[in-house]
Design a protein around this ligand. Structure first.
Ligand SMILES: Nc1ncnc2c1ncn2[C@@H]1O[C@H](COP(=O)(O)OP(=O)(O)O)[C@@H](O)[C@H]1O
Ligand SMILES: [Mg+2]
Length: 595
């Protein structure tokens, strides 16, 4: 069992390595780096060999050879300097452009992931993979990768030279190499394991920090600072513990590397010295041999640390690749033209549970026809926003049938489908940038006049022009320089500018003051009278009364439909909702209401 998992790990380090190289691309640069590295390694060997010759010439008082060798050494050193400069530059270039490429691929990929997959993961974890883990990859491509090529080449070259010098002593001295190789490969496994653990813990730290920043107002208002600091400290503690484990194993490997570096000398002196005493070898020969031994033993002594680093960095790369291994959102599907005589939305006995198993919809059926204004009401958590997510194709693993503009959603090309839908969601998200930018996301081709017209219809024009920079006002991160009502009106303007035939609006009323509420209501009236089909999740009497039909969602089903007055007469769920949340403009949970 242990053997199988070890094999798998080795395999996956290699696979990850290979995958990384393929993503980095520009293989000609890599080849050039390898060639340059090989030349540099060759020079290193030549230097060691010349040192041996130099020693010979001094011992033989051979001035001509001595002078030639000194000049050669100076020349090679200069060449080495130039070579190293170019290799380092090239490697840096290769690494940086490779990392940039990987980063682009990742962002491009994230955009194409199914919403369901993103909802499953914490954004802090994803960001940690794109920062902390990517940094490990950078370390690999700027340092480890070069050493992994350079060190074995030098060792091989030195080994070849030593063989020509004294094959018997060479074989005896390198007797331990395979053992060192095997042990260091084994010893490097914990480093990989704990590096991976450390990266996971760092992701946790990121998550906690992000929650703290996003929830700062709540944290302050509810005096949660201590709770938060405690959680954060716990995450940091865990990361420190993993970090210490990595350091401990590095220290062990360093100690071992001293031994592996030194033991060949010991062996060499042991046997060589004995042979010199017995007259089977000259003292000069032994000294020359020992001079050339260093290029062989040094790379080997570095091996455990190097392998440990490589495996750790590949584990981090593996965490990055985990993102790339998530299946992308479906991109195939038909692009239909919209037909006026077909229903806009049809749900036939739709059942849906989130991946964690909770059943939200349990046989929902309804139809909405072109030009209709339909309101969707229900307690908080009853699944209203989920119905919107299904209409937008965010989740496709539902049971039953959903048709949009007369075609099954499973046949639609999702991108084309979404072009026909405008969404104003419950969390009005504004992107960092100007108000104008944020409205024009609805339709990138729209000109300034169209943007102003949309803002006017959304009742946003007046407050925008009152701001110092008007439409050029920077809304700040999350749009937090604007009030909830203002943000919602900008989102409505964005949706209006898109001019899609279907509008989905998830009303968030709780944070609107009465002034904003009035303005938003007017904006909604404008939309509902514009002839497009609107499907609005609402808790607001004014919106509900303006709609042609109300759907009441309760315990996974549409339990009542009709107009406001028809539903009140029924004395059912709608009446309860009306009495408890519609009059007060609140969204309440079922358990908060006595029925
Ligand atoms: N991404 C998700 N993963 C798991 N459960 C979810 C997710 N989103 C919503 N839920 C759960 O599904 C139920 C319906 O949520 P939602 O559609 O947002 O309700 P509503 O909009 O009516 O308040 C709730 O119990 C909620 O906790
Ligand atoms: Mg909701």
């Amino acid at each position: 069992m242990e053997l199988v998992s070890m094999e798998r790990k080795k395999f996956s380090t290699f696979i990850t390595f290979w995958r990384l190289i393929r993503i980095f691309g520009s293989s000609y640069k890599l080849v050039l780096i390898i060639v340059l590295t090989a030349i540099l390694a060759g020079m290193e060997i030549i230097i060691s060999y010349s040192l041996k010759k130099l020693l010979d010439s001094v011992l033989h008082l051979d001035y001509i050879t001595y002078r030639g060798l000194i000049l050669l050494l100076i020349g090679i050193t200069i060449l080495q300097m130039v070579g190293r400069f170019f290799r380092t530059r090239l490697a840096g270039d290769y690494a940086e452009s490779g990392i940039a490429r990987l980063r682009n691929i990742l962002v491009e990929y994230l955009i194409h992931l199914p919403i369901g997959e993103l909802e499953k993961r914490h954004s802090g974890d994803l960001i940690s993979r794109m920062t902390n883990d990517l940094n490990q990859i950078r370390e690999f491509s700027t340092q480890t990768m070069i050493s992994i090529i350079y060190q074995p080449l030098i060792a091989l070259g030195a080994f070849a030279f030593l063989l020509t010098l004294n094959w018997k002593l060479t074989l005896i001295t390198s007797f331990g190499v395979p053992i060192i190789f095997k042990t260091s490969s084994k010893l490097s496994n914990p480093i990989a394991r704990y590096t991976k653990e450390l990266q996971e813990k760092l992701a946790l730290v990121n998550k906690e920090a992000q929650d703290a920043i996003n929830g700062m107002e709540i944290v302050r208002a509810y005096g949660l600072k201590q709770v938060l600091i405690k959680k954060y400290n716990q995450a940091v503690d865990l990361s420190i513990r993993s970090g210490i484990k990595v350091v401990k194993w590095r220290a062990i490997l360093l100690a071992i590397s001293l031994f592996t570096n030194f033991s060949p000398f010991l062996i060499c002196f042991g046997f060589g010295g004995y042979w010199v005493i017995k007259g089977q070898m000259t003292a000069g020969g032994l000294i020359a041999f020992i001079t050339l031994l260093n290029p062989l033993t040094f790379p080997i002594s570095q091996l455990p640390t190097l392998l440990g680093e490589l495996k750790g960095q590949m584990a981090a790369a593996g965490r990055v690749f985990e993102i790339l291994d998530i299946e992308k959102e479906r991109e195939v599907g038909k692009i239909y033209t919209i037909q006026k005589e077909k229903p806009v939305i049809v749900f036939k006995d739709v059942k849906f549970s989130y991946p964690d198993g909770k059943k939200v919809l349990d046989g929902v059926s309804f139809e909405i026809w072109p030009g209709e204004k339909v309101a969707l009401v229900g307690f908080s958590g009853s699944g209203k926003s989920t119905i919107f997510k299904l209409i937008l194709g965010f989740y496709e693993d539902f049971i039953g049938e959903i048709e949009l503009f007369g075609h099954s959603i499973k046949d639609w090309n999702l991108k084309a489908l979404r072009e026909n839908i405008s969404l104003v969601s419950q969390e009005t998200y504004l992107f960092p940038g100007t108000i104008e930018d944020n409205i024009s996301f609805g339709n990138e081709k729209a000109d300034y006049e169209a943007i102003v017209a949309a803002a006017k219809a959304a009742n946003a024009h007046d407050f925008i022009t009152e701001l110092k920079d008007g439409y050029m006002t920077d809304v700040g991160e999350f749009g937090d320089k604007l009030s909830g009502g203002q943000k919602q009106r900008i989102s409505i303007a964005r949706a209006l500018l898109k001019r899609a035939p279907l509008l989905l609006l998830d009303e968030a009323t709780s944070f609107l003051d009465s002034q904003s509420e009035y303005k938003v209501r007017e904006a909604l009236n404008n939309i509902m009278n514009a002839g497009i089909t609107s499907f609005i999740i609402s808790h607001r009497l004014s919106t509900i009364q303006k709609s042609d039909r109300i759907l009441v969602l309760h315990r996974g089903r549409i339990v009542e439909t009709g107009s406001h007055s028809e539903l009140l007469e029924k004395n059912g769920i709608y009446k309860t909702l009306y009495l408890h949340q519609i009059i007060r403009g609140l969204e309440l949970e079922e358990k908060e209401v006595v029925m």
